[in-house]
Design a protein around this ligand. Structure first.
Ligand SMILES: [Zn+2]
Length: 428
């Protein structure tokens, strides 16, 4: 039997549900002789000195004629032409990848039958979920539209596919583990251009941006670009490895620019060497210390607010908190009452809130509430907080998770870049 014929048979046997089979189909493996006899299911692949056999429906070994030794039988990115006899959600012949064929079978056919059309390449959860949202059924059983149960089942397939990622995800390519050609000359020219200026963080950011742009031209056609290599992996990991180590803090809080990359080695010039070592030490220390921040701030928030509560009514204050509402924060205005007059308008929905976009609005706030002791009035608290009348610690701990996320991000995504700061937005 030929390779592709075997592939088609394998789909019909449903053996892709066995992880061991998937591994044997997409990697080079070796087993003791006759090991296959312990579990001779149809489609089981048996490695041979010349290539591969498989166990046929009679339980006998049959040769996969065009298979070769030393390479996997199939590759996820192998292009094949298939027609509707291959898979039930395909309506006309199409060119696709073997990986996509399995992804369609496991994610779509297993859960939805032929309800979701074949996706030949670039399958994403978003594509599937968009289709599900537009074709959802309220019934328990539906022959055309998608039921909740089918959608929930898909989660199992997602989990299964995740376990196969080591067979299909590129993690190492030539480009992502090598510096761009011509870097040495390019960097030497840049270093000359920026000589004596790199202690200024703005200049250092500019210098590193130019190196990153140069490297991006080299790496952007790599299959890992935008997937494994993007964001902090590129701007931090790749940069430190090949381009420039960047700003390291001295112990006194000064910033020392280390323009040498790890490939060039740790610089032995005393000031740079000390800064590199101090950077490693403080990184190790703050990793622990800053992780604590989230937990500590959650505890403080719980203690601070556990005795506070929201009571019905309106304290009648005319005071309020002026805030600028941007497209990112405009949703927070819903349910708040405008301050300054005794019976201020309550913003009922997002459309009404939209009228205040980009404007400074004075809203009622717990900061100015006149209710006695440890109580706030519903009007100052706003509708959202008032849902937690005796449980204000709940939304407060929610806020502290943002503190944790921010301090983790500061640790892991820390690069020197320049951004424009708008004081009104930032301080509002
Ligand atoms: Zn009040």
């Amino acid at each position: 039997m030929k390779r592709l014929e075997f592939l088609k048979k394998s789909l019909s046997w449903g053996i892709y549900r066995k992880k061991a089979w998937m591994i044997s189909a997409f990697s080079v493996f070796r087993e003791p002789e006759n090991e296959w006899k312990k579990s001779p299911y149809p489609g089981r692949i048996v490695s041979q000195p010349w290539g591969y056999d498989f166990v046929n429906e009679k339980g006998e070994l049959e040769k996969i004629e065009d298979s070769k030794a030393g390479v996997p039988i199939f590759a996820m990115n192998e292009v094949i032409d298939i027609d509707p006899t291959w898979i039930i959600n395909l309506k006309e012949p199409v060119q696709t990848y073997i990986g996509s064929l399995f992804a369609n079978q496991i994610m779509l056919v297993e859960n939805f039958g032929s309800k979701i059309p074949y996706i030949p390449s670039g399958m994403t959860i978003k594509k599937i979920e968009d289709f599900v949202i537009n074709n959802k059924s309220d019934k328990e059983i539906d022959t055309e539209k998608i039921t909740l149960k089918e959608y929930l089942n898909m989660a199992k397939s997602v989990e299964y596919l995740k376990t196969l990622s080591n067979l299909s995800v590129y993690s190492v390519t030539k480009k992502n583990i090598t510096p761009p050609p011509g870097l040495k000359e390019f960097k030497a020219k840049l270093l000359e251009e920026y000589q004596g200026q790199l202690e200024d963080p703005v200049k250092l950011a500019e210098f590193e941006k130019k190196l990153l742009d140069f490297a991006q031209l080299y790496i952007q056609d790599d299959p890992t670009w935008g997937k494994l290599v993007s964001g902090k992996i590129f701007k931090n990991g790749y940069r430190k490895m090949f381009l420039s180590s960047g700003a390291e803090g001295g112990l006194k809080g000064d910033m020392v620019p280390i323009t040498e990359s790890l490939v060039e080695g740790v610089p032995l010039e005393p000031k740079k060497f000390a800064a590199t070592v101090n950077g490693a030490r403080s990184g190790s220390y703050y990793r622990g210390k800053d992780t604590v921040k989230g937990g500590v701030s959650a505890k403080i928030a719980i203690r601070a607010l556990s005795s506070f509560s929201v009571k019905e009514g309106d304290c009648g204050t005319l005071m309020g908190l002026p805030r600028l509402y941007t497209k990112h924060t405009i949703g927070n205005l819903v349910g708040r009452q405008l301050a300054g007059v005794s019976d201020g308008k309550v913003i009922e929905n997002i459309n009404e809130a939209g009228n205040y976009l980009g404007k400074i609005v004075k809203v009622r706030s717990t900061m100015y509430c006149q209710y006695p002791g440890q109580t706030y009035c519903e009007t100052c608290a706003g509708k959202r907080l008032s849902r937690f009348k005796d449980g204000l610690s709940i939304p407060a701990t929610d806020m502290t998770s943002a503190i944790l996320a921010a301090s983790m991000a500061a640790m892991h995504k820390n690069t020197t870049t320049t951004v424009k700061l708008d004081l009104t937005t930032t301080l509002s």
